[in-house]
Design a protein around this ligand. Structure first.
Ligand code: GLU
Length: 426
């Protein structure tokens, strides 16, 4: 079985080879790299809930707290039947690099429960969400680890989690020591959420696309075609903002269906089709499979679903010249080499999809201050943050004549190692 944690370690080793030259004490440097291969803490448990039928059922749950040198652990929680320990670990490494790549004061973490949330009722989902918080207990909190949504986890789920956390604090008489609202991000607006958080991941990706367009001298946006795999929160908002910015989104797909409209589609209409019929396409002639979407002759391909979709099998068939990774870890390291040889430029996940966690950071700041910003204020902070990260990475990319992924890793891993050094942890 494919092991994403191995991929994450392979990527770290690759970047370590390039970074090594910048550090005189090689022994110390290698100690830091070894440290970064493992999460600092790993929590694993089994959550038992009573189903609506009265039967009890257990679900495996994980939280991987990878690194806290730059600040509290930060990262989402996913509810998915395909969750594994190795996947959660890999995702926690990627979170450490992501928060460092955009230079926000956090480390990296990730959580997951092996569950198909579509098979649970709302009441069961609430019980499971609350049970997860009890399982984590005080290993999370505003200054320790700040979880957030990820695949299949919603603002409502964050609301239940933050509520359970607050109840737990009250039971132990420690609520006054904490600011429970700041313990989770991605919350509903009515409960301490931030304006702009919902669309932030997709929009952040479009900010990156716009910077790339400037660097590559793309003139006519309306001629730039985009295909997006995944039409959840991230894929939808990427499509929405890409179209609004003037690009031509020609195809999108979700786990069940896909749509291809060569002249450009309307993401809002496509979303409405899905709500009404369960299918993205409005007619049979517009349907396309997930596999065929990856192979479309478009300018930009955007994997926005799960990891491991661009593999040694699929990479040789990709015709797009640019890939913007809105999913976490969609490309395996072997596939990455194939893409590099074929001259396909990849804007890596840790930069492209960092708009979400960056707006989580703004949410946390607002919670801690108890002072809330308008959407304009949030976006006026998000855009320069994303552009600065893009510029930091692009200048290393040009200097080192490497891939954008290695450049991003170089910037990010260096920031984490430097924080480990400053703390004297190695
Ligand atoms: N799950 C998102 C990610 O992978 C957001 C994490 C967060 O907001 O903490 O970046």
């Amino acid at each position: 079985m494919h092991n994403p944690y191995k991929d994450a370690v392979t990527q770290l080793e690759l970047v370590a080879k390039r970074l090594e030259f910048e550090y005189t004490d090689k022994k110390r440097f290698h100690k830091a790299v070894e440290l970064l291969k493992q999460p600092e803490q790993f929590h694993e448990g089994s959550l038992e809930i009573t189903l609506d039928s009265g039967k009890k059922q257990s679900f495996k749950a994980f939280r991987s707290q990878h690194n806290s040198a730059r600040g509290p652990y930060k990262g989402g929680i996913r509810f998915h039947p395909g969750v594994t320990k190795e996947e959660v670990q890999a995702l926690s490494l990627w979170m450490s690099w992501k928060t460092a790549a955009v230079n926000i004061p956090y480390g990296g973490a990730k959580g997951g429960i092996i569950v198909d949330p579509k098979k649970l009722s709302l009441a069961e989902l609430e019980k499971l969400s609350r049970a997860y918080v009890r399982f984590l207990g005080t290993t999370v909190g505003p200054w320790i680890d700040v979880p957030a949504p990820d695949v299949n986890t919603t603002p409502q789920i964050m609301a239940w989690m933050v509520d359970e956390y607050e109840l737990m604090m009250r039971e132990s008489n420690t609520a006054q020591l904490q600011n429970p609202l700041a313990s989770f991000t991605g919350k509903p607006l009515e409960l301490g959420g931030s304006q702009g958080r919902e669309e932030a991941t997709g929009l952040g990706g479009v900010y990156v696309l716009e910077e790339l367009a400037k660097k590559l001298g793309w003139k006519r946006k309306q001629d730039i075609t985009i295909a997006i795999q995944g039409f959840g929160n991230v894929g939808y908002w990427f499509a929405y903002h890409a179209k609004a910015a003037g690009y031509k989104v020609v195809a999108v797909s979700d786990s069940k269906s896909g749509v291809f409209v060569p002249n450009g589609l309307d993401p809002e209409q496509t979303h409405a089709n899905k709500q009404q019929t369960g299918k993205l396409a409005s007619s049979a002639s517009e349907q396309i499979s997930n596999e065929a979407l990856l192979e479309l002759d478009v300018d930009v391909l955007v994997p926005a679903a799960l990891e491991n979709v661009i593999t040694v099998e699929t990479a040789p068939k990709i015709k797009a010249k640019t890939i913007i990774e809105m999913a976490n870890g969609p490309t395996t390291p072997e596939a990455d080499e194939i893409l590099a040889v074929r001259g396909i430029r990849v804007i890596p996940d840790i930069l492209a999809n960092a708009g979400g966690v960056s707006t989580s950071y703004f949410e946390w700041v607002q919670n801690l201050a108890g002072y809330y910003w308008s959407k304009e204020e949030v976006l006026a902070k998000l855009q320069p943050l994303m552009i600065a990260a893009f510029e930091d990475i692009w200048s290393v990319y040009e200097q080192e004549k490497t891939t954008v992924r290695l450049a991003a890793y170089q910037v990010a891993v260096k920031r984490v190692i430097d924080a480990l050094y400053l703390r004297g942890r190695v």
